[in-house]
Every structure is written in C-alpha cells, then in structure tokens.
Design a binder for this molecule. Structure first.
Ligand SMILES: Cc1cc2nc3c(=O)[nH]c(=O)nc-3n(C[C@H](O)[C@H](O)[C@H](O)COP(=O)(O)OP(=O)(O)OC[C@H]3O[C@@H](n4cnc5c(N)ncnc54)[C@H](O)[C@@H]3O)c2cc1C
Length: 510
C-alpha cells in the first residue's frame, strides 16, 4: 500500500507494529521479509519514486579532513535509496573480519561469520546475485577461462565477487505498493525521534515534508535504515530530550566513520600475456571475478588490514581519472555521468592502442579503513529546509591504513617476482615509509560505515549484537553503520544479511 504523506491531513497520527525509517537497500530488504504477515509495517521514505532536487538537498552537508565527495552527491534520496546507482559488486566478509585483531585497535565484532551465514544466503536472493557460493573452485567449474595466476596460495588467494543488477526502485516497487500489510509513506522525512521521559523507549517519530505537513508515527519497534551518515545525523539531531542526542550517552554516535580506500597502488608488468577472465576489468563480462587477497595468516604476521587488489589494463587505466576528481558535482546524476564519460573515453582509447593489453596492468587496492574515533559525523550549524542540522563528515585516516597498503604492494611484488610471472612497480606516494598521508585522488567507494558501531559493551558501541541501540528498548539500526570494522568487500551484501538477521530477531519480539 502506498500513501503520499503530502496528501494526508496535517498532524496525522500513523500507528503500526513496526516502523522502518528509510526505503533503501536495508529498509526495503527488511520490509519484504514481513510482507504478507499479520503485522502492520510502516515504511517511511523521505523522497518519492523519482529523483527530486529539493529532496536531494536534504542530504547536503560539509566535509573536512581527507578529501571526500560532496555529501549531497554521495547517496540517493528517494525510494530504493542508493541502489539507484550502485555498481552491484557483492562479496561476503572473511572470518578474520569479525575477529578481534590485536594489531587493529577497536577491532572485533560481537558476532561471527557463522552467525551471518544463513542471512548471507538469503541476502544473495534478495539482491538477485547468483548462488551463495564464493569459492574460486566452484566458479572455475561454472565458467570457462577463469584461470588464476600460479601464485603461492599460502600468501595470496583469489577472492570472488558476484554482480547484482538489483535496483530496488524498480525491482521491488510494485511488490511494496501492492502489499496489504506494508504501508509505504513517501515524502515522509523523519526529522526527530522522541522518547518516553526515562529515555528508554521511542514514543514518537516526527515526520515532515516540503508542503509544510507534520505527522507523528508510533510503532512498537522502530528501525532506522537511512544509511550510515543519515542515521547518525538523525540520532544526534534528536536532542530535545537527550542533549547529546539519542543513544549518544557515551559520545559514540557518529564516531568511527569508515570508507573503503580505493586507489591505484602500482603497476604489474607480466613477462608473457596472461589471458584469463578471472580478473576481468570488463564489468559484466563474467558472473564472477576475482581480486588478489592476502591470506589471514600473513595479515596477522605483517600486522596489516584486510584488502584486495584488482587489475585494469594499463592501456585503459592511463586515461582514467580518479573518481575523487570526476565525482565532485553536487548533483549525483551529473557526477555519475562524468565518471561514465571518462570510463567510456578511457576504454575506447585503450582498446584502440597498439601493444599487448594483457601484459601490463594497473593494480588498484580496495582496503578496509582502520577504525578511528576521530573519523566522524557531527552536526553542522546549518539547518536543512525541514529544520534538521546538516551533517559534517570529517574523514580521518591513520598510519595503519598507509602501512597496510604499502605492505600489500610489497607482498605482491615479491610474489610476482618469485613466481617468475613479472615485476611490480609501486606508486611514488607509497615509497617513503614515514609518510602517512594519502594523495587527494584517493577514492572512497561511497561506502559509509561504522557510525553506530556494534559492541556488547555500551561504552564501546552504539548498538548491541542484535543492532538494538543500547539503553533504548525498541530502537534498532539497520545498515553498515553497525559495522565495527569494514572488511575489504563492498558493504551492501553484508548490510542486507545483517538487516535480515535483525528482522528475524524482531519476529521474536513483536
Ligand atoms: C556510485 C555508487 C556505487 C556503489 N557501488 C556499490 C557496489 O558495487 N557494491 C556495494 O556493495 N555497494 C555499493 N555502493 C553502496 C551502496 O549503494 C550502499 O551500501 C547501500 O545503498 C546502502 O543501503 P542503505 O539502505 O543503508 O542506504 P540507502 O540505500 O542510501 O537508503 C537510505 C534510504 O533512506 C531514505 N532516507 C534518508 N533519510 C531519511 C529520513 N530522514 N526519513 C525517511 N527516509 C530517509 C533515503 O531516501 C533512502 O531511500 C555504491 C554507492 C554508490 C553511490
């Protein structure tokens, strides 16, 4: 069922069993899990079904620290959320990603990979990825010519990605609209969360829109699913009763913001051409492709973060501009166009170039960011059109980030040399071991994580292992904001799995 909140009488009261705030990857995945049940699910979406400049404006904000994309352009604010232009790369986290690693401060999840396994399988279905099988051996049997580099597998292994084409705006729109028990309210932007006097239970969610209407939503269980930056912002801005914001009694909301560092780290020059689709840079060419990953034992030995390395033919890569440069337009659609225009041009020039395209490759890393309390979301002094303070992202990297990237290119250099396959050349910005800075062109993956991190101890995290906000009995967070550490893979498969796990937990509560 769909209701446009602009057409409701002002000051309407909306009541239900479950209220999910935000209809993106996390929110819609959860809502679908309750479809056809006897529970009334209220799904609040700030935007409509299409891009709208005045709604996208509500995502404006400030950035400082390591250069970042404009906040307005780094997410999409309408039904379907940022799946409206995500790239669909999916891979589960590794066992080590959940463990406490003494060399990674603030690491360790209160759950393990085994706790998420059943939900990963389900998330694969919701995202319409292939089978829940990410082993290289399986894919090697399915698809011809997925030949790996003959490298020492006690050092380097092939981590598999699959690709989703799911755009929730079109894929799940009709199912949600036709549902009898899911009540989707569009143009229903949550602007404030109110609690009882003891601050222990959410009582009301205040919803506004540009037509000047204000409504109140009441539900037994409330799930915040607006993305990691927006969730933290809304908790901090809901400060009329708790001056530091909801769930922020230990000053943790907004802290530990993490991104994936995605940057070119060097070149691989092979002695002989290596023809294989396993490391295909040609998006969509195969149903699965691999990136070079460092084994868990070696990560521990070298005291480094988890990261993987992909290959792009150098003939193409040399014409590709950093996304941190091409994605600076405040309009996300124009930024997307800029990136695609550059990729198209690079592809054309690269394919037309003479020489052995498969002999020289650019090496690109995607690596987790070490959790850092100073990398954080706070509120800016400026309010948006609905009166909510804008977000300020301060993106701050640490010595461990640079050390890990440098060590990984060293490992690759040694292994390609040892195997007799070729030589690796390191980028200049990695040469000085005392230089901890990253160049301006260092990309993020538009992967926002860690602002409401998970820990059993309320002094160490905002939510518990069931994604419930500490100290508040009926407030939950769905999404990558709950990650204590971010692993190397893109976040959406895991955040979907975590949201489905939360959904199962709530079924025992309502
Ligand atoms: C260009 C690009 C490429 C990407 N590629 C990949 C990839 O290949 N693989 C991958 O895993 N991830 C990728 N991502 C990231 C991926 O899109 C996000 O991880 C994912 O969409 C996050 O899901 P979410 O539900 O937490 O947030 P979103 O999908 O952003 O959804 C949040 C929803 O909440 C709504 N909302 C916000 N505030 C309010 C409010 N106050 N009240 C009501 N509703 C509100 C929004 O309108 C939106 O619908 C990419 C992102 C971008 C920008």
């Amino acid at each position: 069922m769909h209701i446009d909140a602009r057409h409701l009488p002002n000051n309407s009261i909306i009541e239900g069993d479950l209220c999910i705030i935000g209809a993106g990857a996390a929110g819609i995945s959860m809502a679908l899990d309750w479809n056809n049940s006897r529970y009334k699910v209220i799904l609040l979406e700030g935007g409509g079904f299409d891009y709208d400049d005045s709604i996208q404006d509500l995502y404006s904000g400030k950035t400082s620290g390591q250069k970042y994309y404009p906040l307005r352009a780094s997410r999409l604010h309408y039904f379907g959320g940022t799946t409206g232009h995500w790239a669909g790369m999916c891979a589960p986290f590794d066992p080590i990603d959940f463990k406490e690693r003494p060399w990674v401060p603030h690491s360790g999840w209160p759950i393990t990979l085994a706790d998420l396994e059943p939900y990963y399988a389900k998330a694969n279905e919701v995202l319409e990825v292939g089978p829940y099988n990410y082993s290289y051996r399986y894919w090697n049997e399915q698809v011809p010519n997925l030949k790996p580099f003959p490298l020492d597998d006690t050092v380097i292994w092939n981590k598999i990605w699959q690709f989703s084409t799911a755009r929730y705006n079109t894929l799940y729109r009709d199912t949600i609209i036709n549902s009898k028990n899911i009540h989707l309210y569009t143009y229903a932007q949550a602007t404030n969360i109110l609690t009882n006097d003891g601050l222990s239970e959410v009582s009301d969610i205040i919803v506004k829109n540009h037509e000047g209407k204000t409504h109140t939503v009441r539900a037994k269980q409330v799930i915040l699913a607006c993305g990691a930056i927006q969730n933290a912002r809304l908790l901090l801005a809901s400060n009329s009763q708790a001056p530091k914001g909801i769930g922020n009694q230990n000053d943790l909301v907004g802290r530990f913001f993490m991104e994936h560092l995605e940057v070119a780290i060097g070149e691989l020059w092979l002695f002989e051409p290596f023809i294989s689709d396993l490391y295909s840079w040609d998006y969509g060419k195969t149903r699965a492709s691999a990136e070079l990953a460092i084994t868990e034992d070696l990560q521990e030995q070298e005291k480094i973060l988890n990261g993987t390395v992909s290959l792009t033919p150098l003939k193409v890569a040399q014409y590709m501009k950093p996304r941190m440069e091409t994605w600076q337009n405040e309009d996300p659609r124009k930024s997307m166009d800029n990136v695609f225009a550059n990729w198209g041009e690079a592809d054309e020039k690269g394919r037309n170039a003479s020489g052995f395209i498969e002999k020289a490759h650019q090496l690109n890393i995607r690596i987790e960011q070490a959790p850092n309390p100073n990398s954080r979301i706070t509120l800016d002094g400026k309010n948006d059109a609905l009166g909510v303070p804008e977000a300020h992202l301060h993106w701050a990297l640490t010595r461990l980030d640079k050390h890990s990237v440098r060590t990984i290119i060293h490992i690759l250099g040694q292994e390609f040399g040892k195997s007799g396959l070729g030589r690796v050349k390191m980028k200049a910005f990695l040469r000085d071991p005392d230089d901890d800075l990253f160049p301006e062109e260092t990309n993020g993956g538009w992967h926002h994580m860690g602002t409401t991190r998970m820990a059993d101890d309320p002094h160490k995290g905002v939510v518990d292992s069931n994604c419930k906000v500490h100290g508040i009995s009926n407030l939950f967070i769905a999404g990558s904001g709950c990650y204590p550490t971010s692993a190397a893979p893109n976040p959406t498969l895991t955040l979907t799995a975590l949201s489905l796990r939360l959904s199962d937990h709530l079924k025992k509560k309502v």
